[in-house]
Write a protein that binds this ligand. Structure first.
Ligand SMILES: *[C@@H]1O[C@H](CO)[C@@H](O)[C@H](O)[C@H]1NC(C)=O
Ligand SMILES: *[C@@H]1O[C@H](CO)[C@@H](O)[C@H](O)[C@H]1NC(C)=O
Ligand SMILES: *[C@@H]1O[C@H](CO)[C@@H](O)[C@H](O)[C@H]1NC(C)=O
Length: 675
C-alpha cells in the first residue's frame, strides 16, 4: 500500500546501468599493503621533539568543553546548545538560504563558472560548472514538468541509481521546480524497486511498464523534451517537502520520512555552526567524493553543505574497488564516512603494521603515541615529523588533502576515532541523529578529543531523555529514551499518520528508540536501544529479546520469536528447530518421519517446550515471562520469506501477521490447560 506512489504521477528514473550493492569495504584492500616506514634516526627524533612543542593545529571549540549543553529549568531536563540565540532554535545559517534551492543558488552566486559536480572516470574527473549544472537541471526539470509533474504540488520523482552525476542533476532539477525526490534503493526489495533497466530498454520492458502505469524515458530524451519546453523556475518554500526518505527498520514495512526544505536547512546550518574552525571552513572549492549512498539523507546533507558554499562534489565511479583511485583523482578535503569503512581502514593499517618488522612496528607505535600526546593537549595536525615518517602513506591514500572527517550512521569505536585523529591528522567529528531528525541532532565539537560520546545537541534542536521505567532508565538519573524537538524534525511519514503518531508525541517530541545518558560536560552518550516491550494484562512488562536469547541456548532450536499480548497474562513463542540436532535426537526416541513431520509431532513439541522452560527457569525468568505454549515451525525465518531484515534481525510485525492463527490457538490452548 505504501507504494501506491508508483503510479502515473510518478516517473521512475533509472540509471543507465545495473545497480549493485554499494558496500564499499572492498575498496580498502589496497590499504593492506605493508606500511612504508622510513627510519631517519636521531635527527628526526630531535626535530619531532621540537615540533611537538609548538601549538600549531590547536582546535578552537565553539563552546566551553566543560559545558557543551545547557539544561533548561523544569523537570523535563531539556538540553540545548549554548550556541542557540535568544533561546530560539537555529533555523538557518544564512538569511538568503532557507531552502535547498536557495542553497544551490548561494553556491552558484559565488562563482557560476566554478566546478560544481563532476563524474569520476578512468582518466580523472569530468567537471560541470555551477552554471552548466543549473542549465542541465533546468532542462531536465522542464522535461519532468512536460511529462505531467506539477511544480509545487508534491509531485514525486523516484531516483533509483547509485551515486553518479545524473543523480545530482535530477536532484537539482527537483529543486528548481519544487518537485520531491524519492531515492529508492536495493534493500527496499523487489516490490518497490520494480525495474532495473539497462541502457537498451527493450520493448518488453516498456510494455510491462505501461501495464503497471510506470513510464520509462531515457534521461537524454527527458532533457531534450525539457529543452523544447523550457520553463521558468518555481522555487520551493521552506515548509515544502524536499524529499521522502525511506528507512528500513526492523519493524514492518519501510517508512517514508517526509523531510522539508526547512528541516534539512536547519540541520545543515547546525552542523556548520558546530564544526567550522579557523583551519577548516566550508568555502568555495572545498571538495568531497560522493560514495556514501545518496538514498540516505546523510550524504545529501554533506552535499548540500558543500554546494551551498561553492564547493564541488565528485561522484565516484560506482565501483567500490576503484574508490582509492577515485580519491587520488579527486583529492577531497572533507571525508564523510561511516564506521564500517573507518574500522576497516584501522584494521587494515594495524594488520600491515603487525606484519612488518619490529623496527617499523616500534616506530609506528612511537609515532602514534607522540601524536596521541599532542591530541591530549588539544592539537591536531598533519605536518609533524611523525606524519612524514609513519602516516604519509595513509594520508596519501586518502588523496593527500584531507582537512576534516565526519562519521555517522552508527557508533564509531573510540580506538578507531583516536587512531584516525592521529594518523590522518585532522579533526574527526561524530554525529548522531536519525533521518526523522533531519539526519543529525548531535555532533562532537572540534577541540573535544575525547571519544565515547556523540557530542552535544546541535543549535537547531533540543534534546531530552524520557523515562523508560521497564528498563530502569530514568530522566532524573540523566538517562532515558532520546527525544528531539526543533525545526530539523521531520513532517511525518508519507501516508502513514499512525506511524507518525507513534514516532512524534503530542508535544512535538520525536522519540528515537535509543537510550542515552548525559555526561557531566553536557555531551550525550548512547548506551542502549529501547527494546520491544509488551505490557501484559496484569501490568507486567515482557522484553521478548531477552527471553529469546535465553531460549536460544537450547540445543533444540535455531530461532525463536517470543510474543506477548496486552489482553493476555503470559507469553507464547514460535520456534524453528535445529535440524541437525533434532533429527538424530528423534531417531533415538524412535520418533520417525521427515523434518516437517517431526515439527508437527506432539512429543517433540513437548520436549522442546520442557527444555525451554528449564532454560528459562535456570536463567531466572519469571513465570509470566515463560512461553506457556509454542509452535514448532519447519522453515527458518529468512530475508527471503520476509521474516528477517537484510541485517538478520527478526521482523516482529511480519511474524505476528504470519502466525496470527497459531498465536490465537496457543493462547486458547494454554488458557484451557490452566483451567
Ligand atoms: C596488532 O597487534 C596489536 C597489538 O600487538 C593487537 O592488539 C591487534 O589485535 C593486532 N591487530 C591485527 C589486525 O592483527
Ligand atoms: C594537512 O592539513 C592541511 C590543513 O587542514 C590540509 O590543507 C592539507 O591538505 C593536509 N595534508 C595532507 C597530506 O592530508
Ligand atoms: C566529558 O565527560 C566524559 C565523561 O565524564 C569524559 O570522559 C570526557 O573526557 C569529557 N570531555 C571533555 C572534553 O572534557
Amino acid at each position: 500500500m505504501q507504494y501506491s506512489i508508483l503510479t502515473t504521477r510518478f516517473v521512475l528514473l533509472v540509471a543507465l546501468e545495473n545497480v549493485s550493492d554499494p558496500g564499499m569495504s572492498a575498496a580498502l584492500e589496497l590499504i593492506s599493503e605493508p606500511l612504508v616506514v622510513t627510519a631517519l634516526g636521531a635527527v628526526a627524533l630531535t626535530t619531532a621533539y621540537m615540533m611537538s612543542q609548538s601549538t600549531k593545529g590547536r582546535q578552537v571549540p565553539p563552546v566551553d568543553l566543560k559545558k557543551q549543553s545547557i539544561e533548561l529549568p523544569g523537570d523535563e531536563h531539556i538540553h540545548v546548545s549554548p550556541l542557540m540565540k535568544d533561546g530560539k532554535y537555529m533555523e538557518y545559517r544564512y538569511e538568503d538560504v532557507r531552502t535547498v534551492y536557495d542553497s544551490f543558488m548561494h553556491g552558484l552566486k559565488v562563482n557560476e563558472d566554478a566546478d560544481c559536480m563532476g563524474q569520476c572516470t578512468d582518466k580523472g574527473v569530468d567537471w560541470m560548472s555551477f552554471k552548466e549544472v543549473y542549465e542541465s537541471a533546468q532542462r531536465l526539470g522542464s522535461g519532468l514538468v512536460a511529462k505531467g509533474l506539477e511544480p509545487g504540488k508534491e509531485a514525486l520523482v523516484g531516483i533509483y541509481a547509485q551515486n553518479r552525476l545524473q543523480w545530482g542533476l535530477i536532484e537539482t532539477s527537483c529543486l528548481i521546480y519544487s518537485l520531491v525526490s524519492v531515492p529508492l534503493y536495493d534493500t527496499l526489495g523487489p516490490d518497490i524497486c520494480t525495474f532495473i533497466i539497462n541502457q537498451e530498454v527493450t520493448q518488453e520492458v516498456k510494455d510491462k511498464a505501461k501495464e503497471t502505469e510506470v513510464e520509462i524515458i531515457l534521461l537524454t530524451d527527458l532533457e531534450e523534451l525539457g529543452r523544447e519546453n523550457l520553463l521558468d523556475p518555481v522555487p520551493p518554500k521552506p515548509e515544502d517537502l524536499y524529499t521522502i526518505c525511506y528507512t528500513s527498520g526492523t519493524t514492518g514495512s519501510p517508512k517514508g520520512a517526509m523531510i522539508s526544505h526547512g528541516n534539512i536547512i536547519a540541520s545543515s546550518g547546525g552542523v556548520q555552526m558546530m564544526s567550522e574552525q579557523p583551519s577548516m571552513k566550508f568555502r568555495p572549492g572545498i571538495t568531497i567524493l560522493s560514495y556514501l549512498p545518496l538514498a540516505h539523507l546523510y550524504e545529501r546533507l554533506n552535499e548540500i553543505l558543500v554546494t551551498m558554499h561553492g564547493g564541488r562534489i565528485a561522484y565516484y565511479r560506482g565501483d567500490v574497488k576503484l574508490i582509492m583511485e577515485d580519491l587520488q583523482n579527486v583529492q577531497p578535503m572533507g571525508f564523510p564516512s561511516v564506521p564500517r569503512l573507518l574500522n576497516r581502514v584501522y584494521d587494515k593499517v594495524m594488520q600491515g603494521v603487525n606484519s612488518s618488522n619490529w623496527i617499523k612496528r616500534k616506530m609506528f607505535f612511537y609515532a602514534l603515541s607522540s601524536k596521541k600526546a599532542d591530541l591530549d593537549r588539544g592539537i591536531i595536525r598533519n605536518d609533524t615529523i611523525w606524519d612524514k615518517l609513519a602516516f604519509k602513506r595513509i594520508q596519501t591514500l586518502m588523496g593527500g588533502q584531507i582537512e576534516i572527517m565526519f562519521s555517522g550512521a552508527a557508533p564509531l569505536s573510540p580506538e578507531t576515532m583516536t587512531f584516525l585523529r592521529c594518523a590522518v591528522g585532522c579533526p574527526v567529528l561524530e554525529g548522531y541523529g536519525q533521518t526523522e531528525s533531519g539526519v543529525i541532532s548531535t555532533l562532537t565539537l572540534p577541540g573535544d578529543h575525547t571519544a565515547g560520546h556523540v557530542g552535544p545537541p546541535l543549535p537547531c534542536n533540543a534534546i531530552k531523555l524520557v523515562d523508560v521505567p521497564e528498563m530502569e532508565y530514568l530522566a532524573k538519573d540523566q538517562k532515558g529514551e532520546i527525544c528531539f524537538k526543533g525545526p530539523n524534525v521531520f513532517k511525518g511519514y508519507w501516508k502513514d499518520p499512525e506511524k507518525t503518531k507513534e514516532a512524534v508525541d503530542e508535544d512535538g517530541w520525536l522519540h528515537s528508540g535509543d537510550i542515552g545518558e548525559w555526561l557531566p560536560n553536557g555531551t550525550l552518550k548512547i548506551i542502549d536501544r529501547r527494546k520491544h516491550i509488551f505490557k501484559l494484562a496484569q501490568g507486567e512488562y515482557l522484553a521478548p529479546e531477552k527471553i529469546e536469547n535465553i531460549y536460544l541456548q537450547s540445543l533444540f532450536i535455531e530461532q525463536a520469536w517470543v510474543h506477548g499480548e496486552s489482553l493476555q497474562s503470559f507469553a507464547v513463542a514460535v520456534v524453528v528447530p535445529d535440524r541437525e540436532f533434532l533429527e538424530p535426537w528423534a531417531k533415538k526416541q524412535q520418533i520417525t518421519g521427515d523434518f516437517k513431520a517431526l515439527c508437527k509431532h506432539k512429543k517433540i513439541k513437548e520436549a522442546i517446550l520442557k527444555d525451554l522452560s528449564e532454560k528459562g527457569k535456570k536463567a531466572g525468568l519469571k513465570s509470566f515471562e515463560q512461553a506457556k505454549d509454542i509452535t514448532v515451525f519447519n522453515e527458518p525465518f529468512s530475508v527471503e520469506n520476509g521474516l528477517m531484515t537484510p541485517t538478520f534481525k527478526i521482523k516482529r510485525p511480519a511474524l505476528k501477521k504470519k502466525f496470527q492463527t497459531e498465536i490465537q490457538n496457543m493462547y486458547a490452548a494454554a488458557t484451557q490447560n490452566k483451567i
